[in-house]
Write a protein that binds this ligand. Structure first.
Ligand code: HEM
Length: 147
C-alpha cells in the first residue's frame, strides 16, 4: 500500500510541476502589467513547493517502497535523474529572481528582450524535465545498473 501511495503522489506532483512550467510559459508575454507579474510570481512559488514534495516522494519511493534503496543506489539512471532534476532546479533560479524584481518594480512592464530570455530558460527546463520520465521508465526496468 505504501508503494502505491508514494507512486500516486510522485506522479501527481510531477504533473503539477509540469503544469506550473507550462503556465509560466503561457503567462510570460510582452507588455505584462503589474497584476500579470504578480500572478506569475504566485504561480512560480508553487515550483519550489512542488519540487520539495517531489523530492520527498522520490526519495520515499527509493528508500521505503517495493524495490528498496539497494536497487537504486547502484543505478546510473537514478543518479542521472536526480542530477537533471537538480539542474532544472538551478535553471529555475534566475526566472524566480527576475519575477521578484519585476514585482518590486511595480507598474513598469518588463522589457520584451528580458521576457524572451526568461521564456528560453523555461523552454530549456521543460526540455530537460521531459528526459526524467525516460530515465525513470528505463531505471524501473533495470537499465543503468552499475555492476
Ligand atoms: C529527484 C527526485 C526524484 C527521485 C528521488 C525519484 C525516484 C523515483 C523512484 C524510486 C521511482 C520508482 C521506480 C521503480 O518503480 O523502480 C520513480 C519512478 C518514476 N519517476 Fe521519479 N524520482 C524523482 C523525480 C522525478 C521527476 C521530476 C520525474 C518526472 C519528470 C519523475 C518521473 C518518474 C516516473 C514517470 C516514474 C515511473 C517509472 C515507471 O515505473 O515506469 N521522477 N522515481
Amino acid at each position: 500500500m505504501l508503494d502505491l501511495v508514494l507512486a500516486v503522489g510522485h506522479h501527481l506532483t510531477i504533473f503539477a510541476l509540469f503544469g506550473v512550467l507550462t503556465a509560466e510559459l503561457v503567462m510570460l508575454k510582452p507588455a505584462m502589467d503589474a497584476a500579470a507579474v504578480r500572478r506569475l510570481a504566485a504561480v512560480d512559488l508553487w515550483y519550489g513547493i512542488l519540487a520539495a514534495i517531489i523530492l520527498a516522494f522520490g526519495f520515499g519511493r527509493a528508500m521505503f517502497a517495493a524495490k528498496g534503496w539497494a536497487y537504486y543506489q547502484h543505478n546510473s539512471l537514478f543518479w542521472s535523474k536526480i542530477g537533471v532534476f537538480v539542474v532544472v532546479g538551478l535553471i529555475s533560479v534566475p526566472p524566480t529572481f527576475t519575477y521578484l524584481r519585476w514585482n518590486r518594480a511595480g507598474a513598469a512592464s518588463p522589457a520584451d528582450r528580458e521576457v524572451a530570455g526568461i521564456r528560453r530558460l523555461i523552454w530549456l527546463e521543460l526540455f530537460l524535465f521531459a528526459l526524467l520520465p525516460i530515465f525513470a521508465a528505463a531505471m524501473a526496468r533495470g537499465y543503468g545498473e552499475i555492476s
